[in-house]
Design a binder for this molecule. Structure first.
Ligand code: PLP
Length: 432
């Protein structure tokens, strides 16, 4: 028998990866299946950490299952699109009508769709570093070139609009903004967003605003929708129910267009074609949209005393007591992006650090280098698990670093990490 010829994978995918579900995740899964007690702090899924969705949201889907068997319109059910449009008008995006809303099977479907409709080969897209890796991968898959703009840890993980402006070329087509941010938990203030909107306006770029964590805010931080800074600039605002309503398994997201009438009409027509090609989004999940946007229970979780606020505080305080670890306090989303400082682990590349943590301590966290070009030593952890899990996770990290540390403090806590925080007074308060 002649041997089967090798099946070559598409070259388009070279360089495309998704670290959150890569080989390390597979290894963690194998260890779990073999009965090992792996603590996983990798998954941005509240339901997986004992934070179930509101009953009404699940009920809304259940009640409509019998008449959700057929396809819907390609852009989604009118009542669901209408609910999303109302939601954004309430947030100050005055022009959004239901015809400006496209529903999809999560932002993960709509982000690539928006890029496929926009990019020609080698067109460039500006993406924050670190980033949620779906954006970088989606640009590559759409034939474009991701160009990362750095977010500065020392500036609460905010970018510098002047630096972004310097990276714009004749091939740049769009700027991605992820706010509140995954993986840093930063919430960029209005001044930065105005600066980014201004670059898009001057250079004729499209704004792609991933605001899926817009409802996850702590410490009185407010969130400015990017589209409100640029009503005259084509802007796609992405959101969905995966985080807000804690139903990522249902796969429901959307994009809302602003500033797109007139000069962007060809782009909108291309979006419509691609939306039609996938026939329609998951119809049962669309039934949840109206109810989910009415039931707003996220605030109760993020307010002082709420489960998410307590967990964020708990993890951040625990990390601040681990020698050699520094973390900026996250004011949004549900991630923290600490850095193990050089000398506290060798080799200092975070991929080996994460792999060794998994093998030696059965702790699974995401290495920072899987989230775009950032300084070595970062790890992404979710703040979602209950306090006892977070305590155990950080104890494992501390034990590991204590074993591996190449610098021993001469007095206890001599190199206690500096807490990097925008609110120096608040950080000294004990957790509630
Ligand atoms: N955007 C960001 C910043 C995310 O963190 C995630 C998921 O973690 C997504 C998009 C994907 O969301 P969806 O479940 O709607 O596909």
């Amino acid at each position: 028998m002649t041997p089967c010829p090798r099946v070559r994978a598409s070259r388009k995918l070279s360089g495309v990866s998704y670290s959150l579900r890569g080989p390390l995740a597979a290894q963690a899964e194998r260890m779990r299946a073999a009965g090992e007690d792996v603590l996983a702090l990798n998954l941005g899924d509240p339901a997986a950490y004992g934070l179930p969705p509101a009953r009404e949201v699940v009920q809304a889907v259940r009640e409509h299952l019998d008449h959700s068997c057929g396809y819907s319109a390609a852009a989604g059910l009118p009542e669901a699109r209408d609910a999303v449009a109302r939601h954004y008008r309430d947030k100050g995006l005055d022009t959004v009508r239901s015809c400006d809303v496209y529903l999809g099977n999560g932002v993960s479907e709509l982000a690539p769709l928006s890029l496929h409709a926009l990019l020609d080969p080698l067109d460039q897209v500006l993406i924050p570093a670190p980033d949620y890796p779906m954006w970088t991968a989606s640009v590559v898959m759409a034939g474009g070139r991701p160009v990362h703009y750095p977010c500065d840890e020392a500036s609460d993980w905010c970018p510098d609009p002047a630096d972004i402006a310097r990276r714009v070329t004749d091939r740049t087509r769009a700027i991605v903004v992820i706010n509140p941010n995954n993986p840093t938990g930063a919430v960029w203030p209005r001044g930065i967003l105005d600066g980014i909107a201004d670059i898009a306006r001057r250079r004729g770029l499209v704004l792609l605003a991933d605001e899926i964590y817009a409802d996850f805010l702590y410490d009185g931080t407010s969130h400015t929708p990017l589209a409100t800074c640029a009503p005259d600039v084509p802007c796609l605002t992405f959101g969905g129910l995966s985080k807000r309503s804690r139903i990522p398994g249902y796969r429901m997201g959307w994009l809302a267009l602003t500033g797109c009438r007139g000069p962007a009409s060809d782009y909108v027509a291309a979006l419509e074609t691609l939306a039609s090609l996938r026939l329609c989004p998951n119809v049962p999940a669309q039934r949840a949209v109206e109810t989910a946007l009415r039931v707003d229970d996220t605030r109760a979780l993020t307010a002082p005393g709420g489960a998410l606020r307590l967990r964020r505080d708990h993890l951040w305080h625990l990390l601040a007591d681990v020698p050699g670890v520094r973390a900026v306090k996250p004011h949004g989303a549900f991630y923290v992006f600490p850095r193990v400082m050089p000398g506290h682990y060798r080799p200092s590349d975070d991929e080996s650090l994460a792999a060794d943590l998994l093998h030696e301590e059965r702790l699974f966290v995401v290495p920072g280098s899987g989230l775009g070009p950032v300084r070595p030593g970062h790890l992404r952890m979710v703040t979602l698990p209950p306090p006892h899990i977070l305590t155990e996770a950080v104890a494992r990290l501390a034990r590991f670093l204590d074993r591996r540390s190449t610098t021993r403090p001469s007095t206890p806590n001599q190199d206690r990490p500096q807490r990097l925080c925008r609110r120096p007074c608040e950080e000294r308060r004990p957790p509630p």
